[in-house]
Design a protein around this ligand. Structure first.
Ligand code: CUA
Length: 416
């Protein structure tokens, strides 16, 4: 094939995509490039790694800023050089220049320069990694367990924080500000990964292992995150939030989490809901202090029903703002915005207020109780349950009547 024909073919290729006429191609290219640029300008981006809100994330940011700048400059130089070469030396039918092989001085230079740059980056990277791995200055410990598809937090007894009995919660990690918190992560089924971008990088939660991750928040607030290791059907719905409270507010939170169970008023709708809960939900979900009609404590047995052996503890469900692996808000949109957008000196008080009846997101909670797998993909089909001995991954469809759902909602709202 002659060289000029090759040139024509090359031009034809860059000026159309899958038969797109040339007239449309250029505007198409411009619009898509513009869209790509604009798409990177989101304002409401709670998981922005460029906005550290604590010393660990700041350490990472201090590293990525210069590396990004250096990489950006190099990228720009390469792009300009390529563009220049492509335009200047494009095929105009000129004779092929003399072919040469090898230019040692240039090759060595172009190998040594990147190696030097990477060596400098490596020094600072290793420094940051070792600093982030330090655990000897830990002031508080929280055990974190990943499971398809939610996170459980278990606070071991720590008298200096008023934690005199273990606290088990899920979805939202509550921690005091200005405190070096050490998460001890593991998983009950597959590999998950814990990531609150504003507070630190990612750390995998692996079955049979305990990995540590430091978190510390500078100011009270709610920091969003999500599971960042693909872990099955609802990986994208496995979310989490870290709630940083002032030390006083954290003490209040701890006291509330350890407060004894308050049974609903006799014969109320909530009391009927408690009965439904005892019949249906307690098979998997523990509510500490809940008693059966015969006066014995109701102990959940998720290990008999759930493949991973656990389900969220609902004792103080309404002290949280989210449910179902933080996929849904317990607060209505307006009430949620009020908490999330609150200035740092009042966010704690707003969070501690929990979910009031007027603020409850009834719609999503009812949909969840009506048919959980329909609103959050949990197991692909019933034949897959055979392999796990009939045990579920996530909450099953319970065939509750609308009446029972109303009773349950009335009961759940009492679990403050
Ligand atoms: Cu858990 Cu992805």
């Amino acid at each position: 094939m002659s060289r000029s024909r090759l040139g024509i073919r090359f031009k034809a290729q860059i000026s159309s995509v899958q038969g797109m006429p040339r007239k449309i191609f250029r505007p198409f290219l411009m619009v898509t490039s513009f869209a790509v640029v604009v798409a990177s300008c989101g304002r409401n981006a709670p998981q922005d790694t460029w906005q550290p809100k604590g010393p660990n994330a700041k350490l990472i940011d201090d590293l990525q800023q210069p590396v990004f700048a250096v990489a950006g400059i190099i990228g720009l130089i390469v792009a300009v050089a390529i563009t220049y070469t492509v335009i200047k030396y494009r095929d105009r039918g000129q004779p092929i220049p003399e072919q040469i092989h090898g230019k040692p001085a240039l090759e060595i230079t172009l190998t040594v320069i990147p190696a030097l740059i990477l060596a400098v980056v490596a020094v600072f990277t290793f420094g940051a990694i070792f600093k982030l791995a330090k655990t000897d200055d830990t002031q508080m410990i929280i055990n974190v367990t990943g499971q398809q598809w939610w996170w459980e937090y278990d606070y071991p007894v720590q008298n200096e924080y008023g934690i005199t009995q273990p606290i088990i919660t899920s979805g939202q990690l509550v921690m005091p500000v200005g405190t070096k918190v050490l998460l001890r992560e593991t998983s009950r089924d597959v590999i998950h990964s814990y990531w609150i971008p504003a507070l630190n990088g990612k750390r995998d939660a692996v079955p049979g292992r305990v990995h540590t991750l430091r978190l510390e928040a500078d100011a009270p607030g709610i920091y969003a995150g999500q599971c960042t290791e693909f872990c099955g059907l609802s990986h994208a719905n496995m979310r989490m939030e870290a709630v940083a409270l002032s030390k006083e507010d954290f003490a209040k939170w701890v006291a509330n989490q350890q407060a004894p169970y308050v049974a609903p008023v006799k014969d109320s709708l909530a009391a009927q809901g408690e009965e439904v809960f005892l019949n249906q939900c307690v098979r998997c979900h523990q509510v500490n202090g809940l008693m059966r009609a015969d006066g014995t404590p109701a102990i959940a047995a998720p290990d008999e029903n759930v493949w991973s052996g656990a389900a969220p503890n609902l004792t103080h469900l309404m002290s949280r703002n989210t449910f179902a692996g933080a996929m849904f808000d317990l607060l209505s949109k307006q009430c949620r915005d009020e908490v999330w957008n609150a200035p740092s000196d009042v966010v704690g008080a707003k969070y501690l207020a929990g979910v009031s009846e007027g603020c409850l997101n009834q719609k999503d909670l009812r949909a969840w109780l009506r048919n959980a797998p329909e609103v959050k993909p949990m197991y692909a089909n019933s034949t897959q349950l055979v392999a796990s001995g009939g045990k579920y991954r996530g909450m099953p469809y319970l065939a509750l009547s609308e009446d029972d759902i109303s009773k349950l909602v009335a009961y759940l709202i009492t679990l403050k």
